[in-house]
Design a protein. Structure first.
Length: 525
């Protein structure tokens, strides 16, 4: 493959916009220039482990604030990117990690003790932890932008600005503004391209690339649009029992709702059906996010826009995903494949994932992922993203429907990063296996949603002590065991995440079951 750097093309509309958009124009041009600098420095920064560089980690969930508030302990989701502390294994790399609230020292030590060939003291000298001391539900990046003195401190710790970059959960206008203030590029997607990561944008791309999607309609903007789309779906498929309504910028199943059709709908004309759906909409709609009323759901849908698509039935059904990366050299990589565990009553909420995906179809979804990645590259997308599918087995054959592109790090990102940093292995998308340097293979089960009222009151120190005493903590000599994350959410919310690494997926899930049993037993003491 020919190696080249991306050229960030400044769109013509930026040069011809009206004068009142002059500031936005200048900011966009400055951001594109900043990103071009990153593109030019990429090989030096990423391909040399001994190069001096600074990585500024901003684990902000810059998403819809109201939907975020429905997630228990959401401020502690910023801890999911603590896996990036293992970048300190490179002895000339500095890491700046910024959070809403301070992270307990015992949690930091828990990660640093895993660094291969690096002492904790050496790593600590190159690690800067900064906090906003603000637990409000606002996105972390917004909190940082409201604190100019904090921004100044971040800049002071960036020792070599040309060899630095920001890594974040997602890249919005907030992260763009922070990048400009820090004069530091972002390894991620330009916010002007975020439409391609919405539900409507994803469906548009999939259809242009000839990748199957559920029957449905995108770019909807009103309650009337929803009603008409629901009617047209039922007319097209009289046996359809359910449809899914999704806000364009929903995430992890939040922002979704399921509509159930009455059996007699199939006997109606389109006009009659639309009237019946309008009458039944509020009673027949199951909204996934807790504490969001029907009126609020419709209001937010109209603000965001969204899609309506057929609910895919199936006795044997899976929810695989493909993780991709586009680097500034123009190379597209399939990083990993997972089978996602979706749960709750709706079956729409992300609970965890198994790596790698089912061997029966990992190659098929990898090829589809590669096609999408190549298409996204042509649009100017940069960085990590994932593609979600619904896969149904019929007559011993799997049929895959592409659901959405997530232009952000997600629930399957940090477990794989942690596995790579811990074991130094590589994933083969052709074979669907992860191979370590010693030739052994590894799998894992990962979840962000271990929740139990009995766990409330357990401190980070308690969790680590329990893990060590029961022999479940990750063992670097065996390269198996359990890594915890979101530990800060445990005491207040009884919630944490875990990554269970083993030789097989069955053994990995067995580690998860064993760990839950240990925690349950210890909490009875």
């Amino acid at each position: 493959m020919m190696h080249r750097s991306f050229t960030y093309v400044i769109p013509i509309y930026l040069m011809t916009a009206h004068s009142h958009l002059q500031v936005d124009q200048e900011n966009q041009v400055a951001f594109l220039v900043l990103q071009q600098r990153f593109s030019q420095q990429y090989n030096e920064i990423f391909l040399d482990d001994l190069a001096e560089k600074t990585v500024v980690i901003i684990p902000s969930l810059s998403l819809d604030a109201e939907l975020l508030q429905t997630i228990k302990g959401v401020v502690h989701y910023e801890e999911r990117m603590l896996c990036m502390l293992l970048l300190l294994r490179m002895p000339r790399t500095r890491v700046i990690y910024v959070t809403s609230v301070p992270i307990d020292n015992s949690i930091i030590d828990y990660y640093l003790h895993l660094l291969p060939g690096i002492t904790g003291y050496h790593a600590r000298q190159r690690l800067t932890l900064l906090s906003c001391y603000d637990a409000s539900p606002k996105p972390l990046t917004k909190k940082i932008l409201e604190r100019p003195r904090l921004i100044k401190r971040i800049k002071e710790h960036i020792k070599n600005p040309p060899l630095s970059h920001i890594t974040s959960f997602n890249v919005t206008e907030l992260e763009k503004e922070l990048a400009l203030q820090l004069d530091t590029p972002v390894f991620g997607c330009d916010p002007s391209l975020l439409h391609y990561g919405t539900k409507s944008g994803s469906r548009t791309i999939f259809k242009e690339l000839g990748i199957p999607v559920p029957e449905g309609y995108e770019n909807l903007n009103s309650k009337d649009d929803i009603i008409k789309a629901l009617a047209l779906l039922k007319i097209s498929n009289p046996s359809l029992e359910k449809a899914v309504i999704k806000m364009d910028e929903g995430f992890s199943g939040e922002g979704n709702a399921i509509f159930s059709y009455h059996k007699y709908f199939s006997t109606l004309s389109q006009e009659e059906m639309e009237k019946e759906i309008e009458t039944a909409l509020s009673s027949q709609l199951k909204i996934i996010a807790d504490h969001i009323s029907f009126e609020d759901f419709i209001y937010k849908f109209c603000l965001m826009g969204g899609i309506v698509e057929a609910f895919i039935p199936g006795l044997i059904k899976e929810s695989p995903s493909v993780q991709c990366r586009i680097n500034p050299n123009g190379e597209t990589d399939i990083i990993s494949t997972h089978d996602q565990l979706l749960g709750c009553e709706s079956g729409q909420v992300f609970l965890g994932a198994t790596f790698p995906a089912n061997c029966e179809y990992h190659h098929e979804i990898s090829l589809m992922g590669k096609r999408v990645a190549e298409g996204m590259k042509m649009l100017g997308i940069l960085g990590r993203f994932s593609i979600d599918f619904i896969s149904v087995k019929e007559d011993n054959h799997w049929k895959h429907y592409a659901i959405e592109v997530n232009l952000r790090k997600g629930g399957t990102t940090h477990p794989f990063i942690m596995l790579q940093f811990l074991t130094g292995g590589i994933f083969s998308p052709e074979d669907g296996i992860y191979i370590m340097p010693n030739g052994q293979t590894r799998c894992y089960f990962a979840t962000d949603n271990v929740v139990n009222e009995k766990y409330k009151g357990l401190t980070p120190h308690d969790l680590i002590d329990i893990s060590m005493c029961n022999g479940i903590l990750y063992d670097s000599s065996k390269q198996t065991g359990v890594m915890f994350h979101m530990i800060g959410a445990l005491s207040q919310h009884g919630k944490l995440g875990m990554l269970c690494i083993a030789e097989t997926t069955e053994e990995a899930h067995g580690l998860y079951v064993k760990t839950i049993g240990v925690l349950d037993r210890e909490c009875l003491c």
